[in-house]
Write a protein that binds this ligand. Structure first.
Ligand SMILES: [Cu+2]
Length: 166
């Protein structure tokens, strides 16, 4: 191996790494395949977003999320308590190697957009930053869809209007 080639390799590697961080959405191992938020109604303070994240790499953990459209983004799940469906915040969500996290409405897990800065209207797009333990930051673009999307019956969507968050 020539000295020049060796040097080139040492220089190229950090460049590739930083390019990878800048283009996190296109890079493996974690890919956001779908990101949809529910349009809000009236002066609704909180919104909900649903993502599909495919993990094509090693086991990882979703630690947090944030967005410029909300004061705070929480990871939520829904569960029956007696005969009442309740939401609670999760500290994190595991995403095993090869797993696809599918937050489709009704599945329970969703991202709660707490303290919306303005209403979310159908067709709007906004940025969402996800933070994973290993993969680091992942930028996603969320599209706002009809509030009735897509399975209005069983998704507990009304919970978002009546449930209280502290
Ligand atoms: Cu919620």
């Amino acid at each position: 191996m020539t000295l020049r080639r060796t040097l080139a390799r040492f220089i190229a590697l950090p460049l590739l790494l930083s390019a990878g961080l800048l283009q996190a959405q296109d890079a493996k191992p974690l890919q956001v395949e779908k990101a949809v938020a529910r349009a809000t109604v009236g002066k609704q303070a909180n919104g909900a977003a649903y993502l599909q994240i495919a993990n094509k790499g090693a086991d990882d953990v979703l630690l947090s999320a944030s967005s410029p459209v909300a004061a705070k983004v929480e990871i939520h799940t829904m569960a029956m308590e007696g005969d009442v469906m309740k939401m609670r915040a999760l500290p994190q969500v595991e995403l095993k190697a090869g797993q696809k996290l599918d937050m489709k409405p009704g599945s329970g897990v969703h991202l709660m957009l707490m303290g919306l800065k303005k209403p979310l209207a159908v067709g709007d797009k906004f940025a969402l930053t996800l933070v994973f333990r290993k993969a680091g930051k992942l930028e996603a673009t969320v599209e706002v869809a009809d509030p009735g999307m897509p399975t209005k019956k069983n998704d507990g969507g009304d919970m978002h209007h009546h449930h209280h968050h502290d």
